[in-house]
Design a protein around this ligand. Sequence first.
Ligand code: SF4
Length: 294
Amino acid sequence: MLNMFRKAAQTRLVTIGYPQTPARVPENFRGAPYFDFSAWRDARPAVEACPTGAIAIRESEGRRWVTVDYGLCIYCGQCAEADGSGAVQITQNFELAVRERGDLIVTAEYPLETDGSQGELAGLHNGSPSGGDPLEPLERKIQQRIHKVLGRSLSIREVDAGSCNGCEIEIGALNNPVYDLERLGIHFVASPRHADMLLVTGPVTRNMELALLKTYRATPDPKIVVAVGACGISGGIFGRNYATVGGVDSVIPVDVFIPGCPPRPHALLHGILLALGRMEQRILTARPASADPA
Ligand code: SF4
């Protein structure tokens, strides 16, 4: 017993200060890939290597459009390895949560060279193919106000809609002394009837589709839905098939999307606080510091 007290007295504060202080991640942590679209000359090897179809090419009349969907990306690093030119790099960037699904999609346009490579970057588009915010300005304002009011103290109900449990391990870490979610006035509850936010993981298996819908209906208004991980956003590596519906927003409306496979606890914190208007959305195409040469 005495030893326990001695050890407790010797252990210094382990709780992180994020988001007040910058996040410190392990040296070997692998975050999102960064694409230097203006230096990228041939996207074909990366497209070939990508196991989830997160990078896609479309060609027409001497032009090539290269689309990167961060909502499908599992941070495997195959694209950077296959590309080898330095235009694609794996970074330690994890602050990728967004409010609109389309914000995770970037399309670069190039003229096509005769050897099949890309010429100078002709345009960079961020957003869904349809573009635009599906919410009217007034609706958006009301939604942000609701989120800010909820943000003072928040109860979360976690819903596993068929995940591999990778996301659950990271979500569980939010309750440990290192990440300590309760210091931000946020805690998990057992019933959706007591929740303000649903944190949903998994590609939504067909067996969980009705359960997710019922959980959503049981959560009192106003409520926030956060889709966690590549599976929660797009179905991830499973996509849409006989067993999965391919993402949370196929079943219920989603307010924030947190990419990753799985997203680390810092990324979850960023997404939850973004939903509450307590953190800002980052620009996906901006070069993160971890992509700079050492
Ligand atoms: S890191 Fe993402 S974009 Fe690159 S190959 Fe893996 S899944 Fe595809």
